[in-house]
Ligand binder design. Structure first.
Ligand code: SF4
Length: 384
């Protein structure tokens, strides 16, 4: 294991990320779930004492590149700001000198969602359950799907543990679609002061919540609404199936107005996959125009890995050069091109299966991209 001067991570010290099934890990970047025990019904102090959690903290504080944190090491090696670095910048000074304790929570309330985005899966959206089961039934589970049924969860922690949660992230699930989100906020307000806490909600831009939720959000010390949008118009409707662009645009504009108050912030987060790699510029221009140049950040599609743009780094080399000039993060991603024929074939067969299931057409929705990709593909192609 490579040893360096500083590998400390505040999320291994104070963070907790909970999957809809109740499994947990220090952060969303960490490679595996640590345990199958139910984090919704286990006190965070006990989770934090889990031997694996202790091992991560020990190795990082010794300057060792713990293997579960590989995504952070890769990002840092590629010149990107890792989750470790951005979290340390925000929280390290506040908590490093204190005992390890869960203060930064990334959690949802099950997998209730109103969308089945193509780059998502059923652990985050029950709208994926049926299709995930279908995909899993292919020989050898070649698409690596892990179907989950609809799940509803509530956090059964003591009042003191809830009160200690200082930074809430709702980034893995669409909490605005969950009936348990409002009761959670109300409970949090009863047991602690929202004015000392921060909250970040990642939302697909199609849900305008009830007034009670909006009123509670205004009481936080700071509230960050992160609108998750991957493309405009018909491309949005394909990637963010079955959402409709007209709704997303209308609700996003309402969020922009709502977040004008001084404790509020808005940004847009885009998951870059092969589907939207060529239309990032159009999306950025739209966002700049309607938000007045608020932040747009890019995340990359690590799973399913066969939907990553890097699979076609060779085929699209000229186009990716142009995109990389506009979006330097994309250039850094392309330092590790996959360009693998087996992954390309998985992309085509996955897309065909999804299109067939949903009555969509990749060929018609992305005609330019289809034309470019199909040039280098050996063998028969079909995308409905
Ligand atoms: S180093 Fe990265 S992967 Fe590891 S716990 Fe910190 S943020 Fe998570």
């Amino acid at each position: 294991m490579e040893q360096t001067q500083d590998r400390f991570c505040i999320l291994a010290h104070s963070g907790l990320c909970i999957e809809s099934s109740g499994r947990f890990k220090p952060c969303c970047n960490y490679s595996t779930w640590l345990d199958s025990r139910d984090a919704y019904n286990t006190e965070p102090s006990e989770l934090s004492r889990h031997p694996e959690f202790k091992l991560i903290r020990r190795q990082l504080s010794q300057g060792l590149a713990h293997k579960g944190c590989q995504r952070c090491w890769d990002d840092e090696a590629n010149g990107l700001t890792s989750l470790r670095q951005s979290s340390n910048e925000k929280y390290r000074e506040q908590y490093e000198s204190l005992e390890p304790q869960i203060r930064i929570g990334d959690l949802g309330f099950g997998n209730t969602c109103n969308a089945a985005c193509t780059t998502c899966e059923s652990s985050s959206s029950q709208m994926w359950s049926e299709l995930d089961q279908h995909l899993q039934s292919h020989p050898g589970n070649k698409y690596q799907r892990d179907p989950h049924k609809p799940i509803k969860r509530k956090l059964n922690w003591s009042i003191s543990s809830l009160g200690r949660l200082m930074h809430l992230y709702h980034g893995q699930n669409e909490v605005l679609a969950s009936p348990d989100f409002l009761p959670f906020l109300e409970q949090l307000e009863r047991v602690s002061s929202l004015g000392e806490k921060t909250i970040l909600i990642s939302t697909n831009g199609s849900i305008w919540p009830p007034q009670k939720v909006l009123d509670l959000l205004k009481r936080f010390k700071s509230c960050h609404i992160q609108i998750s949008i991957d493309a405009l118009g018909a491309e949005n409707d394909y990637i963010r199936y079955p959402l409709k662009w007209s709704t997303v645009e209308t609700v996003t504009r309402r969020w922009i107005d709502f977040t004008q108050a001084k404790n509020m912030k808005i940004s847009m987060r885009t998951t870059v996959s092969i589907y939207n790699i060529l239309s990032l510029g159009d999306l950025r221009d739209w966002w700049n125009q309607c938000s007045g140049h608020q932040r747009m950040s890019l995340g990359f599609c690590w799973f399913p890995h066969y939907l990553s743009a890097s699979v076609f780094a060779g085929t699209l080399s000229e186009q990716l050069k142009r995109v990389s000039n506009e979006f330097p993060e994309v250039a850094k991603l392309m330092h590790n091109p996959t360009d693998d024929q087996a992954l390309a074939e998985l992309f085509w067969s996955f897309t065909n299966t999804v299109d067939e299931f949903r009555g969509l057409s990749f060929r018609e929705t992305f005609p330019t991209l289809f034309g470019l990709l199909s040039k280098s593909q050996k063998g028969a192609l079909c995308t409905i």
